[in-house]
Write a protein that binds this ligand. Structure first.
Ligand code: ADE
Length: 269
């Protein structure tokens, strides 16, 4: 079986997620709220949750066992996963089966965007305990990690992936303008935001945000976003498109930041 990560074609109307977990209520509870809850209740995407314990043949609904060869902890058994994946795939619909694991390909904003653009159908497999029987690899398409740290299960990574993709759906944002801003800011760190009061114990909201000149505000935000990205995460400024580079150069000359192509040189706050 060979799989090329993230290069599949699934032509669906909307994003569809399926989650296989022993904690269905953890997933179910999170997705009811906020932006994600709204997107789902409007029918703009779908999340279907499967309880792994429904697919075990053990009468106590046990899904784990001791590892062969000894060692600490328990391993999740292959059979419930096999049964569940087979059952879910029975509808014949195309989907990508993704195992959440710290050993997988790193998830980021670009991957989230790609999945959304493809209106992908993703079956997210959540492991627990010390891991899953290695033979799971024969029944999945790829492995994804959300970062270089080890969590106690795949439920949080599944929610991270669902949340980060669904909030990119245009209807999730307030209006078209914020969608445009978001797409520009997508590769950079966020600009500073303020709400009432204007003056909190002498800490004032920047003047420009109070004057109502929207063009100036957009430019200010872009500059602030750039400055923050340059200072904290210059790695995000690599591989910029020509258009991004042009905007950056314009902004940088105004705020006295010097950017050399392919080499971030100096910062002047
Ligand atoms: N399961 C445990 N840790 C994880 C991680 N960092 N990413 C994805 N799945 C995980």
């Amino acid at each position: 079986m060979t799989h090329t990560p993230f290069s599949f074609e699934l032509k669906l109307e909307f994003m569809k997620f399926e989650v296989l977990t022993i904690f269905p209520e953890v997933i179910g509870s999170y997705i009811k709220h906020g932006i994600i809850g709204r997107i789902l209740s409007k029918g703009l995407a779908e999340v279907k949750i499967y309880n792994l314990r429904d697919f075990t043949s053990d009468k106590h609904k046990k899904v784990d066992d001791y590892p062969y060869g000894g060692g600490a902890g328990m391993l999740m058994q292959i059979e419930p996963f096999y049964n569940a994946i087979k059952h879910i795939k029975n509808d014949g619909n195309p989907r990508k089966v993704i195992l959440l694991t710290p050993q997988g390909k790193k998830f980021n904003q670009q991957v989230a965007q790609e999945f959304l653009e493809k209106r992908a159908a993703l079956l997210l497999i959540c492991g627990r305990y010390e891991g899953i029987d290695e033979r799971i690899k024969f029944f999945i398409d790829e492995e994804i990690s959300i970062g270089d740290y080890v969590l106690s299960g795949g439920e949080l990574p599944a929610l991270v992936i669902i949340d980060s993709i669904l909030r990119l759906i245009p209807e999730a944002l307030g209006d078209e303008l914020s969608a445009k801003e978001e797409s520009f800011m997508g590769s950079f760190l966020d600009y500073p935001n303020y709400t009432r009061p204007e003056d909190f114990r002498g800490l004032k909201v920047p003047e420009i945000l109070l004057r109502g000149d929207h063009k100036k505000i957009v430019l200010w935000r872009k500059k602030e976003s750039l400055k923050k990205t340059f200072n904290r995460r210059p790695d995000l400024l690599k591989n910029l498109s020509k258009e991004d580079m042009k905007i950056l150069k314009e902004l940088c000359s105004e705020i006295n930041i010097k950017i050399l192509e392919g080499n971030n040189e100096s910062v002047n706050n």
